[in-house]
Ligand binder design. Structure first.
Ligand SMILES: [Cu+2]
Length: 234
């Protein structure tokens, strides 16, 4: 019995990235179909009811693919990566009313191919109240102004990142057990991106940019874009 439970938990964790409590392994209220091809990211419905939504994603592109669900300001709600050609994965998320996009990334690179959709009605997660905003800069290869001191359990931080380096950069935050908490998705030089994260437990968290430097073939983590910080009991 124990073994069955463990493997189920593992599968649920792999299925989606938890971003500010918006990812769920619970029963979906509805299922929509997303088909990724080489040049399209097709949704079978562009008006969806608020609540728990399962995005059944089929990768019909010639390359490995990933699917993002984004708010209209570019914030990542959730994502699924490493979906190989001809396979399907389901991304289940809680959505409140608002404007959103799905983005498919054949080859797992670039801005992605986007389709807008709208969520209507009551339900879904409540917007977290932001306790503080951390504004910082990403460059080749590091983060400047990233103040992660004195964070307490339950605190909600809005991260606002500007990329001043020539290369694209991202900002991923990992929980003490290594699972993803949230991310500022990869942005190009001169662009700005953001993410809102609530810290659910005490411990040592990690932040990183795992994009690849084409010149050296090294991930940006190996070039200095990685670090840790502590979250204390409140
Ligand atoms: Cu980077």
């Amino acid at each position: 019995m124990k073994r069955v439970n463990l493997s189920f938990t593992g599968a649920a964790l792999v299925a989606c990235v938890l971003v500010a409590g918006s990812c769920t392994s619970g029963e979906a209220d509805q299922t929509v179909t997303v088909t990724g091809t080489n040049d399209a990211c097709e949704l079978d419905s562009t008006e969806i009811g608020a609540g728990t939504v399962a995005f059944a994603f089929s990768n019909d592109a010639d390359e490995i693919n990933e699917l993002y669900v984004l708010k209209d300001n570019g914030d990542v709600v959730s994502e699924v990566e490493n979906v190989t050609t001809g396979t399907s994965r389901t991304l289940t998320v809680d959505l409140a009313a608002g404007d959103y996009e799905v983005s498919c990334k054949p080859g797992m690179s670039g801005d992605g191919i986007k389709t807008s959709f709208v969520v209507v009605g009551e339900g879904g997660p409540e917007e977290a109240t932001i306790d503080r905003t951390v504004t910082f800069d990403a460059h080749d290869f590091g983060y400047d102004g990233l103040d992660l001191d004195d964070i307490k359990v339950g605190e909600t931080i809005r991260f606002e990142m500007t990329n001043s380096g020539p290369q694209p950069h991202e900002f991923e935050v990992l929980l003490p057990d290594g699972d993803a908490l949230g991310e500022v998705a990869a942005i190009e030089k001169g662009e700005e991106g953001g993410a809102t994260m609530t810290f659910p437990e005490a411990g040592t968290y990690m932040f990183q940019c795992i994009l690849i430097d084409e010149e050296s073939g090294e991930p940006h983590t190996a070039l200095g874009m990685v670090g840790t910080f502590d979250v204390a009991e409140s």
